[in-house]
Design a protein around this ligand. Structure first.
Ligand SMILES: N[C@@H](CCC(=O)N[C@@H](CS)C(=O)NCC(=O)O)C(=O)O
Length: 203
């Protein structure tokens, strides 16, 4: 099994989840804009997970769900009841459909304006900060005092939220300004698998 990743991206979340699951995998660092990687994911985005089949799996949310389901002993997925599954799906939909896109204008401002000037790009980045604050606040509320994104235990949602909330270090109001996110960071940063994933993925 090969995990295609780029440093600092959401692809580090499946890396952490695979470690928590005790899975054997080979991390492969890619240039997502390269022609070679576009043959693996035509959308030119990481993560992608290659199980050796006709095509690699894509979409972080779906890959994390696959990991949780494939390694049930690690208990990284939802509780097995309708409300438990609903809350998990709702949380993952928020992370992939609201949280992640809030950061797109920060990292790719040129995609949000036809004006190539530095001033226009800076304006787009500045405009992104309001939405980033909104989703960070929502994440903080989801985590609550328990320190976990889903209910009160470790799941793939913690890994996913953690790697993306780290991006807030690039704006004025960082993860340190949200007490419950800071609580999540506190235990995640002490987790040996997380430490290894962060170290090796940036090496
Ligand atoms: N919908 C995709 C989005 C993945 C995504 O945007 N990945 C970023 C890294 S966090 C990326 O590859 N960006 C490169 C680009 O969009 O050019 C998913 O959830 O996996």
């Amino acid at each position: 099994m090969r995990l295609f990743f780029a440093p600092g991206t959401c692809a580090v979340a499946p890396w952490i989840a695979l470690r928590w699951a005790g899975a054997r995998f080979e991390p492969v660092k890619v240039d997502y804009a390269s022609a070679e990687f576009k043959r693996i994911n035509p959308l030119a985005q990481v993560p992608a997970l290659d199980l050796g089949g006709p095509r690699a799996m894509t979409q972080a949310d779906a890959i994390l769900g696959y990991i949780a389901e494939t390694y049930p002993d690690a208990r990284l997925g939802p509780d097995d009841d309708p409300m438990g599954r609903f809350e998990f799906a709702e949380t993952m939909a928020f992370l992939t459909g609201d949280f992640h896109p809030a950061f797109w204008p920060l990292f790719g401002p040129q995609r949000f304006t036809a004006d190539p000037s530095q001033e226009a790009l800076d304006q787009v980045r500045k405009a992104a900060e309001g939405r980033i604050d909104r989703v960070m606040q929502h994440l903080d509320n989801l985590i609550g005092a328990e320190g976990h994104v889903y209910r009160n235990r470790r799941t793939v949602a913690d890994a996913y939220a953690f790697v993306m909330a780290r991006w807030s270090a690039k704006v004025a109001k960082t993860w340190k300004d949200y007490p419950n996110i800071a609580r999540l960071f506190d235990w995640m940063n002490r987790d040996a698998d997380v430490q290894e994933a962060l170290r090796l993925s940036t090496a």
